[in-house]
Design a protein around this ligand. Structure first.
Ligand code: SF4
Ligand code: MG
Length: 294
């Protein structure tokens, strides 16, 4: 008997807990865009896993109605990689901030891109450590005064877009959380892409970063799709990604079609998800295993 399809709305992906973010925090726009994206793709809460690290933005899985894991600082991509290999039928969305993802988790960021694991990584990049009340982060601009750099930041910021492209990610985009429709479209493209998709989102911290504000981005951002940008041209993508002056581009910078980790690994590719395979053990053997581990 055919099962009736019920169209879900973004509201169906609202979690049981309301966000405790500061009023005006850019992360609200990201949460809205994500709820909209999964609803429009026709996904169900039980088909989605959200995984985060630590930080204001990493509280997102608690505000989102799906399976969720709030893991260790900087370790969300490692946990998500393991989860995806065990059950690659699930849509796995990783959420977090710039400090969590590019600082503490920088190593995992590099290797997840290299492996091209089929994850969608949404980074709420506010160019500051917000949860710990305003220290310099890996994406803070040169010269920026913060609690930990009162005389100005002397460290060159990481560029997440060029880093992701150079390390092998196959869907690399940037967005602004104040443009929810555009961000939601990019998240949908990222989810539909097979391989590692990263969407770096300018998501202003209205409390501790008074430089990179909503108005700062509104005055500068331009969309790559309005410039006839070729998303297969990685050199052109990098040239546009490093601009951070009067013009800052958002949109899809680069798309490639390399095999994802799940497709490249023969054991994972054949036989379906590990999570749904038979163990090949009889009940006595299972009991003995359980006795050993409990
Ligand atoms: Fe958002 Fe900043 Fe407030 Fe954290 S401290 S909730 S990042 S505005
Ligand atoms: Mg941050």
């Amino acid at each position: 008997m055919a099962t009736a399809t019920i169209n879900l709305t973004p509201r169906d992906f609202k979690g049981k807990v309301d966000p405790d973010w500061c009023p005006g925090c850019g992360d609200f726009g990201v949460l809205n865009a994500l709820q909209r994206a999964v609803a429009e793709l026709g996904l169900r809460p039980h088909e989605v896993m959200t995984i985060s690290g630590i930080g204001c933005s990493s509280n997102l899985p608690g505000y989102f109605n799906s399976y969720g894991m709030h893991t260790l600082h900087g370790r969300s991509l490692a946990v998500a990689t393991g989860f995806k290999q065990a059950n690659h039928e699930m849509t796995v969305i990783v959420t977090g901030g710039d400090g969590d993802g590019y600082g503490i988790g920088g190593n995992h960021f590099t290797h997840t891109a290299r492996r091209n694991t089929d994850l969608t990584y949404v980074v709420m990049n506010n160019q500051i450590y917000g949860l710990t009340t305003g220290q310099v982060s890996p994406t803070s601009s040169l010269g920026m005064s913060t609690k930990s750099t009162p005389f100005g930041n002397v460290e060159q910021p990481i560029n997440p877009i060029t880093s992701a492209i150079m390390n092998g990610a196959t869907f690399v985009a940037r967005a602004y959380s104040g443009d929810v429709r555009h961000l939601s479209d990019l998240i949908q493209q990222g989810i539909q892409h097979k391989g590692f998709s990263i969407i770096d989102v300018f998501s202003p911290c209205v409390t501790f970063n008074l430089t990179n504000t909503h108005n700062f981005f509104k005055d500068r951002i331009k969309k790559l799709e309005d410039e006839n940008h070729d998303t297969r041209d990685w050199v052109g993508a990098c040239e546009k990604a490093v601009l951070f002056g009067d013009t800052i581009y958002i949109g899809v910078f680069f798309e490639g079609d390399r095999s994802s980790l799940e497709d490249a690994e023969p054991v994972l590719k054949t036989g379906g998800s590990l999570a749904s395979r038979k163990l090949g053990l009889d009940p006595d053997q299972v009991q003995r295993v359980m006795d050993r581990i409990t």
